[in-house]
Ligand binder design. Structure first.
Ligand code: TA6
Length: 291
């Protein structure tokens, strides 16, 4: 059921929250208060903006992003579900699954006494129900709960990721801390499994790594700030920068935009995919904070 703009305006009122017709005519929820600014589209339940007061934007958005039904938004926080990357069994299936292509339903909007604004969006995909809670405050708190319908015939596996694009001053000058001690799949080197590097991640070329058994915080160290990503119930972390050639090949990605973004993604993929029995649920959380 698609909620009309007018029905949203009449049904949901919370201080610091308003609805706008966003790019491509898609409906977006806009948050603006003393603590922060933020935006989330109903399309894909896609967070496209988060900016704590006094800080530059935390999330990166491509100037070339599409804002069209059936197409993913480039940047912000795409939700990857029920698979990550291409679907091996169906080359025609959309990369990263359907969650970021669905029109989600807003079910709650609430402003806390502290001024933080929390919205809940929901959608159904196959035999799963997804509930996504986003709290815009000094930190950005994300919580994705996946439930398997009672009526499901048996256990069903899925992959998931909050595919967060962070804005950085210059990819050549940043590092990512917290993954020195875990091995990874290097998708730029034939998906070879590599030993833990023991070093901070620095960027000198295309990087596309799936860090396995990674349960701890990551910290993105930029020249004038650090961004900490805390997480729970996520055992994989994906780090991606497309660099020059891949950026040029993507129509919805500016040729020079790779210098100012990096993805650090909170995920459960591959050996860390999740299997639910009918009636079971799983909640993945991530908290993004500027230090
Ligand atoms: O998370 C990294 C990745 O899997 C890369 O391999 C690259 O494909 C990226 O996702 C973007 O995927 P998209 O389907 O959004 O173009």
């Amino acid at each position: 059921m698609t909620q009309t703009f007018d029905s949203l305006v009449s049904q949901f009122r919370a201080p610091g929250l308003r609805f706008e017709v966003g790019r491509g005519g898609l409906t977006k929820i806009v948050i603006k208060n003393e603590i922060c600014q933020g935006e989330i589209y109903l399309h894909g339940a896609h967070v496209t903006h988060f900016q704590p007061s006094g800080q530059p934007p935390v999330l990166w958005m491509s100037e070339k992003s599409l804002f069209e039904e059936g197409k993913p938004i480039r940047g912000g926080i795409p939700i990857c579900f029920p698979w990550f990357g291409p679907l091996a069994s169906d080359p025609n299936a959309p990369g990263h699954g359907y969650a970021r292509l669905n029109e989600w339903e807003l079910t709650t909007a609430k402003t806390e006494s502290s001024g933080e604004v929390t919205v809940t969006l929901e959608t159904n995909i196959d035999s799963f129900h997804l509930t996504y809670q986003v709290c815009f405050g000094k930190t950005l708190a994300l919580s994705l709960t996946v439930s398997l319908h009672e009526s499901s015939k048996g256990e069903v596996p899925f992959e998931e990721a909050l595919h967060t694009y962070f804005a950085v001053s210059d990819i050549l000058r940043i590092s990512v801390e917290g993954l020195e001690g875990v091995g990874y799949i290097d998708k730029v080197d034939g998906a070879k499994i590599k030993e833990a590097s023991g070093q901070l991640i620095r960027f000198t070329g295309e990087c596309d790594r799936v860090y396995l058994d990674s349960d701890t915080d990551c910290v993105l160290r930029d020249t004038d700030r650090s961004i900490r990503v805390r997480k729970a119930n996520s055992h994989a972390t994906v780090v991606w920068n497309p660099w020059v050639e891949k950026s040029a090949r993507m129509a919805d990605f500016g040729d020079d935009e790779w210098r100012h973004m990096v993805c650090v993604e909170t995920a459960n993929v591959g050996k860390h995919s999740i299997t639910l029995a009918p009636g079971e649920s799983h909640t993945l959380t991530a908290r993004i904070e500027v230090e």
